[in-house]
Design a protein around this ligand. Sequence first.
Ligand code: SF4
Ligand code: SF4
Length: 416
Amino acid sequence: MADQRDIALTEINHCNKCGFCLPACPTYRLTGNEVDSPRGRIALVEGVLNDEIAADEGLELSLSYCLGCRACETACPSGVQYHRVLEAGKAVLDRTRPRHRGMTVVPRTLLRLTKSPKRMAQLARWSRHARKWPVPRRFKELLPMLTYQPESIPKAARGGTDQGGVAFFRGCVQEALFHDANEACKQLLEAVGYEVQVPLGQTCCGALAWHAGHRDEARALARRNIEEFEATGQIPIVNTAGGCGAMLSEYGEVLADDEKWAQRADKFSARVRDWSGVIADLPQRPRFVGAGERVTLQNSCHLVNVEGGGDIPARLLGEVQGDTFVPYASQDRCCGSAGIYNIQHPDWALRLLDQKMVDVSHQTPDRVIVVNPGCELQMTLGVNRAGLSIPVEHLARYLYRAFLRGQRESENLHQV
Ligand code: SF4
Ligand code: SF4
């Protein structure tokens, strides 16, 4: 079996240094420096893997400032799987500079919490009072969840024809902070005819641990989820968080070296779908009715660049009658949230966010729609920083409300 170094070198050999990925890279766009670009990072890792340069602070900074958004992969005409190069570079740093991750107490604690849904939920409750906590200001500013109050989600009448079953992946952050988005999604799926199963022993997808270099922890989480969801048969595994969906869809790669689990991981990943794709594939789409608003979107970069189906949220938004969907050029570009990037590198994360908010503001929206919990936190912060008094909301919540409005209108018509 090829090792991580060989896998990375194969990818590096496919790179012809054309630079087509540069304009797609948010960090290169920010600084204009080659070391902050995919091509520059690939060159650094190549030098280190071939023992031509040392794994020094330069490599550490270059890789740590990468968002892992993978826009470079979508842009690359040669199909270079940049993330494999990034992972190999991080693995070298793990071995040679074990303290390289610049991990502070906050990200470490968050990583630990993601493994315990109970503690995650507790944090969510406590954090709503965190304005009074004696924590540094920059963390308070980075936690717009402080003001978020989950909505109570009404039930809809079951109306659609039988669509079969789906197994629901909750996600740790999504379920703890934005469980109303999960609830709205489940209600909508059931209302259009799906039987929604929620395996109770499921855990965090492992994305935060994986991207922070804690590979064994991430693999252990993956194994547990595979086992839990195998009990649901072959039905699609759906989720409402673009970042989790991308991780779940790559369990095959995460466990590729594990003879016992590799095949099971592949099978699991083949079942993973974003919930929006399931709704978009309905033979007969329900009627969605808006409230006469201008609505814009911050897409999930992992849904766009990894999981696939990144065009679907925009398509669904365009179908809501009575609302006007106002897209902007950078809606698919990373908002700076990127796992725990906004905690590790708040300076760059805020610069990326403020640039994005200029584009958003030009659309004069009444509402910003997101499809990932990290983006929901980050965009709420962005809206506050830009002085806009508009809600940021997950697509599932927005669409479910539009569905209920559509149902009510149809009932009224029938009564007339
Ligand atoms: S990663 Fe792809 S797009 Fe970027 S320089 Fe290499 S071949 Fe060109
Ligand atoms: S993953 Fe994103 S930030 Fe990192 S090099 Fe690729 S495009 Fe740039």
